[in-house]
Design a protein around this ligand. Structure first.
Ligand code: NAD
Ligand code: WQD
Length: 344
């Protein structure tokens, strides 16, 4: 019989790509998403690409509404849960911390209470590289000290601690926190990709909008970092590799008899500077992308790189896409859908 999974935030950027992967692998998927940062069109697109309409269920609801969420648990028996839902913009979390603490904590607590009540103990959580304390030595290993530097990151760090406490309290729980680094790319169809609200905060969606003519130029935030070309270095990972990492995490959980708690990095294990990404994108697009050098963005660190050996050893996770493929796939999506999901 097919395994059934609850995927919260499954209409979002990483969630939707993961749902596609899970449907291809013959799971039944129930998405719960309030569409606060996504569109109903994502659900239609997943159905169209996967051709697995019968295996996909969608509930538009806010996880903070316990009674409504309980109805979903009453209607479906779940073998496991992947929890993507949450707010994720660092700057917004600094301006409005209560909104972040309320949404990310209350949603997660409701979900965990219902999982406990309905005896669903298999859980994969979207954590982030932002939980790490900034140290000069790279790469970040899972045992590195934690010390998120903003409210958004602290929601991830505290939820990891809640999950650790839960796993100590009852060894039925099998929990994996996946700490993603910088996701990029889009589905090969060009019909599913990242669709940020307003002007993008992140580098690659910004470059993509310059390339398609929606923005005039990229602002490069500082060229005076202690790196080979003076710009910051990040570990970019294809969203499809993240999707596959979630599947590997679930398979690992299903293969284990005993309770477990693990935090695992998901990245490519390779670092690229802002200029590396810009030039790679220019190569894919076939034209120069205008940019201006500006001051550093407050809070940015010079380097962020993942040690991905634990993901390999425990999950058999090996990233498959290089930076060119990540830029090609982003560009295919951006070119085909310059206004994201709001155009059609
Ligand atoms: P996203 O915003 O595209 O997806 C999150 C989804 O959750 C959205 O569809 C939104 O509508 C939904 N949502 C938010 N609050 C909800 C609530 N209370 N009830 C129901 N649905 C709700 O974000 P993403 O980039 O796909 O990120 C997914 C997860 O991964 C998030 O938890 C994010 O913090 C984490 N993460 C993202 C990145 C990144 O750079 N994108 C990096 C590390 C970790
Ligand atoms: C990458 C590099 C910028 C925009 C963020 C979150 C993090 C995680 C992933 C969720 C940096 C430079 C950027 C621009 C630029 N999300 N840049 N011009 O900051 O590594 O991580 O997304 O967990 O929490 O903080 O990613 O894409 O914003 O920046 O020069 O217009 O590009 O300075 O060096 P970041 P990013």
């Amino acid at each position: 019989m097919k395994k059934s999974l609850l995927v919260t935030g499954g209409a979002g950027y990483i969630g939707s790509h993961t749902v596609l992967d899970l449907l291809e692998q013959n799971y039944e998927v129930v998405i719960v998403d309030d569409l606060s940062n996504s569109s109903k069109k994502v659900i239609d697109t997943i159905k169209k690409i996967s051709q697995k309409e019968d295996s996909l269920f969608f509930y538009q609801l806010d996880l903070k509404e316990y009674a409504k969420l309980e109805k979903v648990f009453e209607e479906h028996h779940f073998d496991g849960v992947i929890h993507f839902a949450g707010y994720k913009a660092v700057g917004e979390s600094v301006m409005n911390p209560l909104m972040y603490y309320e949404n990310n904590f209350f949603s997660t607590i409701n979900l965990l209470k219902l999982m406990k009540k309905y005896k669903v103990f298999n859980f994969v959580f979207s954590s982030s590289a932002t939980v790490y304390k900034n140290v000069p030595e790279m790469p970040f290993h899972e045992e590195n000290p934690l010390g998120a530097a903003n409210p958004y990151g602290r929601t991830k760090q505290f939820i990891e601690q809640i999950l650790k406490d839960l796993s100590y309290s009852d060894d039925h729980w099998k929990i994996i926190c996946l700490r993603y680094f910088n996701p990029l790319g889009a589905d090969k169809s060009g019909d599913l990709g990242e669709d940020p609200n307003g002007v993008p905060n992140n580098l690659v969606p910004y470059i993509a909008q310059v390339a398609v003519g929606k923005l005039s130029h990229l602002n490069v935030f500082g060229t005076d970092y202690d790196t080979p070309d003076g710009t910051c270095i990040r570990d970019y990972v294809h969203v499809n590799d993240l999707a596959y990492g979630h599947r590997k995490a679930l398979e690992f959980i299903f293969s284990q008899d005993k309770g477990l708690y693990e935090a695992i990095n998901l990245g490519s294990g390779r670092g690229y500077s802002v200029f590396d990404i810009l030039h790679s994108f220019e190569e894919v697009v076939g034209k120069a992308i205008p940019y201006k050098v500006t001051d550093r963005r407050p809070g940015d660190i010079a380097r962020s790189l993942a040690d991905i050996s634990k993901a390999d050893q425990l999950l058999g996770f090996k990233p498959r896409s290089d930076i060119k493929e990540m830029c090609q796939d982003t560009w295919r999506w951006q070119k085909k859908h310059p206004n994201g999901f709001s155009e059609e």
